[in-house]
Design a protein around this ligand. Structure first.
Ligand code: SF4
Ligand code: FES
Length: 258
């Protein structure tokens, strides 16, 4: 490489002398038995992000590298990955924060791997549907929304950017794919706070299950990695308190006091 990575956009404007950093990037193509690492050297400037470096690899060294990104500012959730074994958004993770390298880059865990750094998010999105918070086309949900031809719009669950980092970091999701998971449970908690059109009672009953609110082992990894302050672990604790309180009331009556 000859020159420092060009900034992805104005917010990543860089200056200073570039230095070469080694990247170990997980590679996988359909038909491979398992992923393997491939090394690249990238010259980075002080504010180069991991996403800047990966797109530079793809542009200048290896166009077969598959990754997903869109907004470049921690808004769309598509660039979630594991960098040095920690779940991050690559677009806001500066290479200089990571020490001298090499920088290890893996796809998020606990989702079916499609290719290189891209996983299939369908199971993850299904968990939102289960708690009555499906991702729907904005043009269906908001009739007045203007969506450019060929570009589907989507409604979102509050602060959650559907990055999947919490699922990747959760030790329970790693061992039990039936677990509703931190993002789905956080979505359920929001339904209880603000039901709008959703059936809050049904959603609460759905969380009262060994594979839902009671499955969490309080690792709090989800909250630690969430880039959007959703606090899924806090939401799960809220659900448990609500479920426990409802049970006590159903046994002793609503006038019961400890
Ligand atoms: S709860 Fe946080 S970590 Fe999980 S998908 Fe939503 S934004 Fe990402
Ligand atoms: S590219 Fe959109 S969150 Fe990183």
């Amino acid at each position: 490489m000859s020159s420092p990575v060009e900034p992805a956009n104005d917010t990543h404007a860089t200056s200073g002398t570039g230095r070469s950093v080694r990247f170990r990037v997980s590679r996988f193509k359909q038909g491979d038995r398992k992923p393997h690492y491939q090394e690249y050297a990238v010259e980075v400037a002080p504010e180069t992000t991991v996403l800047d470096a990966l797109t530079a690899i793809r542009r200048d060294q290896d166009p077969t590298l598959i990754l997903r990104h869109s907004c470049y500012h921690a808004s769309c959730g598509t660039c979630g990955m594991r960098v040095n074994d920690t779940e991050v958004l690559a677009c806001v993770t500066e290479v200089t924060e990571l020490g001298g390298g090499p920088v290890k880059v893996d796809p998020i865990a606990n989702q079916r791997l499609v290719a290189d750094l891209v996983t299939d998010m369908v199971d993850f999105y299904d968990k939102f549907t289960a708690v009555d918070q499906p991702l729907v086309r904005g043009s269906d949900a908001i009739p007045a929304a203007t969506v450019p031809p060929g570009v589907p719009g989507f409604t979102r669950f509050e602060n959650c950017i559907e990055c999947g980092l919490c699922l990747s970091a959760c030790p329970i999701v790693a061992t039990d794919p039936r677990y509703l998971g931190p993002a789905g449970l956080a979505a359920a908690q929001r339904v209880l706070e603000e039901p709008r059109e959703a059936d809050a009672f049904s959603v609460l009953r759905l969380t009262d299950d060994p594979q839902a609110a009671w499955r969490c082992h309080l690792a709090f990894e989800c909250t630690a990695v969430c880039p959007s302050n959703v606090d899924p672990a806090g939401a799960i604790m809220f659900l448990r308190r609500r479920l426990a309180s409802d049970r006590v009331k159903s046994i002793f009556g609503s006038g019961w006091r400890p």
